[in-house]
Ligand binder design. Structure first.
Ligand SMILES: NC(=O)c1ccc[n+]([C@@H]2O[C@H](COP(=O)([O-])OP(=O)(O)OC[C@H]3O[C@@H](n4cnc5c(N)ncnc54)[C@H](OP(=O)(O)O)[C@@H]3O)[C@@H](O)[C@H]2O)c1
Length: 311
């Protein structure tokens, strides 16, 4: 169990990613020695200002020797890896499942006990059709059956999804999105994951990370408009052409693997039930009762977004 601060060293796998970067920053802020594995050391260095407590190890998670090196002398591991992009989608299973399970196996041999795994919002069902869901299910099962002192963090879409759909003053959303979208600030996720890995009194369980609010896309557009002081109009892009494209890409998944995985994801995003808003309120209360953090709202992120846009 992690106890004395001096003895702590945390390995973050995926520490340069959208969520991982904030996890590393939160650990650095707490003066916790952190090791990050990245395929590109220079790129990784560019993400972090204060690098005193940071060690960046260059390498690929698919390399067993690197795995062995990067777990050496660490007291806890945070896994926030993703291969869900155009370049690595063909190796999704190798990177997100096989390498992660190998890492866990090697960690247990080294008697590393504490693991935090950043997964998807809901634990997927075993027969989920999406490859990425099936992988998350398998890794979560492995953790649940292991002797690790683990915490699973169920990540919803980042709050940044609302801003990523805005171009030229218009928010364009395929399918229009659900009536309530669970989401979290990556800054809050970073803080929660950092606290989780350092806590020795958390029950072995899964937390859904969401809140404080779960707006629809049109509601988000209106709230962002209020902050930035200009109208962000909302447009729904019809899903029908996407459904057809998803069908074709599914059949052609060998030559269009990214599209084949991405389109079902958009369809899933549109299928969130309206009751989810109530669930998010419960999730948020549990998080506030368990972790100490002041959450970043859509308005906070709108301010950060406009500052970035104006640069
Ligand atoms: N982003 C979201 O909105 C969202 C929503 C729901 C769930 N999640 C979950 O959150 C977790 C993190 O996702 P993310 O979106 O933050 O990831 P991301 O931004 O796509 O970052 C991917 C990370 O994985 C690392 N990586 C990929 N392949 C690697 C390899 N072969 N060897 C070593 N490192 C490798 C990358 O490191 P380098 O490039 O530096 O090597 C990078 O740090 C995932 O489990 C994802 O499913 C994310």
């Amino acid at each position: 169990m992690v106890s004395e601060k001096d003895d702590i060293r945390i390995l973050v796998i995926g520490g340069t990613g959208h969520y991982g970067r904030h996890i590393v920053q939160a650990l650095i802020k707490k003066n916790i020695p952190v090791r990050v594995l990245s395929r590109n050391k220079n790129k990784a260095q560019s993400f972090f200002n204060d690098q005193q407590a940071l060690e960046i190890m260059e390498g690929n998670v698919l390399d067993s020797q690197i795995l062995e090196k990067c777990i050496s002398k660490v007291t806890g591991i945070i896994i926030a890896i993703s291969a869900f992009n155009r370049k690595t989608i063909r190796r999704l299973r190798k990177i997100e499942r096989d390498a992660v399970l190998k890492l866990l196996h090697q960690a247990s041999q080294q008697k590393i006990n504490r693991v935090v795994y950043v997964s998807v919002y809901e634990k997927p069902l075993p027969d989920v059709p999406m490859k990425t869901g099936k992988i998350k299910y398998e890794v979560e099962e492995a953790l649940e059956k292991s002797s690790f002192d683990y915490t699973i963090l169920g990540a919803p879409p980042s709050i940044e999804i609302f801003f990523s759909m805005i171009r030229g003053g218009k928010m364009r959303v395929p399918g229009g999105g659900p009536s309530s979208l669970p989401n979290i600030s990556p800054i809050d996720l970073g803080e929660i994951a950092a606290q989780a890995i350092l806590r020795s009194n958390l029950p072995q369980k899964r937390y859904r990370l969401a809140g404080p609010s779960a707006p629809s896309f049109p509601e988000a557009a209106a709230r962002i408009s209020d902050v930035v002081g200009k109208d962000i109009s909302f447009t729904k892009i019809p899903l029908f052409p996407l459904r057809v494209a998803a069908k074709i890409a599914g059949g052609l998944s060998l030559i269009m693997p990214y599209i084949a995985q991405l389109l079902p994801f958009i369809l899933l995003l549109n299928s969130f039930e309206s009751e989810i808003a109530l669930q998010v309120a419960e999730d948020y209360k549990i998080l506030q009762d368990t972790f100490t953090y002041s959450s970043h709202t859509l308005e906070d992120h709108a301010q950060m977004w406009i500052n970035r846009e104006e640069k």
